[in-house]
Design a binder for this molecule. Structure first.
Ligand code: DAH
Length: 369
């Protein structure tokens, strides 16, 4: 016969005894202390505070206690679980802080560390001025064209109306490529790129060709066997010398400053007819040094003008050699030295500085010339 509920007094489960609870707490605290990192602590939480932990299971037993014992056991378990939770939180904070410190240490960038023992180089001013010049023409719709540095004599001389007897072909300033009858030279100017372009495509042609050229000069303050030029060519219907002058004036202004003009002096080149020497108005004194009482000018030697290059109207013989009908088309061409341009533009007095590749020369130019 079942006992009346009033007299029902089950034996308190062992798991709720003071010793068991104390042992569960001690085991939890020991595990918490032993947890070396956050993942380990997570496992400890599951084992000692999770739904299936000894204290959680003990907590469930409270329901089966007689009312008189419930409060007591509830307090004991509550206190024990609180203790474990507090220790867990405490340890969590410590481990989080340890992790953060470790991450900071691992990901630290030592801003005081020497980043590279060698300073960065600089772009050579010849490169930058070449690009700047090309940009000015690109803005006018010109193409930038390349040609070979080892060139055929035909492109370098014959097609440009420099016949076999022309002095420029003599051994004195041309590097010939062996063997003697190879027909190859190191190009002595960028003008053969005109020829290649005209052979390559029909007019209208608007192109510039910056590049290296070679002549048998000794290296000294004013000469170098390897130097650079920029060549320009326009071939179209009705091209006149006025177009040449306007283009060169624009080029001069874009490179040296507003209001500067160029001057053409009659001259001779086999590949142009008529031909002219191209002078640039002095961009420093603008001619003032030639006036009475004007201060002397170092840039133009008080000439008011600076020799800059050569130009002219493309010789009809050159057009014909390239298969272009001179009755239908005309053109202008010009060419100038880049080292010379840099020298007077920046007051460089020794040409060797430009070929030696010393960064102490290059660096002050920065990325702009
Ligand atoms: N090729 C000439 C030289 O090296 C420069 C030159 C003069 C180029 C007149 C030209 C020109 O295109 O029309 O001295």
């Amino acid at each position: 016969m079942p006992a009346s509920s009033g007299s029902f007094d089950p034996v308190a489960p062992e798991s709720l005894s003071e010793e068991s609870v104390a042992a569960a707490v001690a085991a939890a605290l020991a595990a918490i202390t032993a947890a070396a990192d956050l993942p380990a602590l997570k496992q400890v939480r599951l084992d000692h505070a999770g739904d299936r932990s000894p204290l959680a299971l003990a907590n469930r037993e409270i329901g089966s206690l007689p009312p008189s014992a419930k409060a007591d056991a509830g307090k004991r378990i509550g206190k024990a679980r609180g203790q474990v939770r507090a220790a867990m939180e405490q340890r969590q904070l410590v481990l989080e802080q340890e992790r953060d410190e470790q991450v900071l240490r691992q990901e630290a960038v030592d801003v005081t560390m020497e980043y590279h023992p060698f300073g960065r180089g600089g772009r050579h001013p010849l490169t930058t001025i070449q690009e700047r010049m090309a940009d000015i023409f690109v803005a006018m719709g010109y193409d930038v064209v390349d040609g070979p540095e080892v060139e055929s004599e035909w492109h370098n001389f014959d097609a440009l109306n420099l016949g076999p007897d022309h002095p420029a072909r003599s051994m004195q300033d041309t590097f010939f490529v062996e063997s003697a009858d190879s027909g190859l030279v190191l190009r002595t100017h960028t003008s053969p790129v005109q020829i290649r372009t005209m052979l390559d495509r029909p007019p209208p042609i608007y192109m510039v060709a910056p590049g290296r050229v070679f002549r048998t000069d000794e290296l000294d303050a004013t000469h170098t066997p390897v130097f650079s030029q920029i060549e320009g060519l326009a071939v179209d219907r009705n091209i006149t010398m006025a177009d040449l002058k306007g283009t060169l004036d624009h080029f001069a202004e874009a490179l040296f400053g507003a209001g500067l003009v160029t001057r053409l002096r009659p001259s001779y080149f086999p590949f142009t007819e008529p031909s002219a020497e191209l002078d640039l108005q002095c961009f420093v004194c603008r001619g003032a040094s030639t006036q009475d009482g004007g201060a002397p000018c170092r840039t133009c030697s008080s000439e008011g003008w600076i020799e800059w290059g050569g130009c002219g109207m493309v010789n009809p013989r050159v057009l014909t050699a390239c298969g272009i009908d001179p009755q239908e088309y005309s053109g202008f061409a010009f060419g100038m030295g880049l080292e010379r341009t840099l020298m007077f533009r920046h007051g460089i007095t020794d040409m060797r500085d430009m070929v030696e590749g010393d960064v102490r020369f290059t660096r002050p130019f920065g990325l702009e010339v």
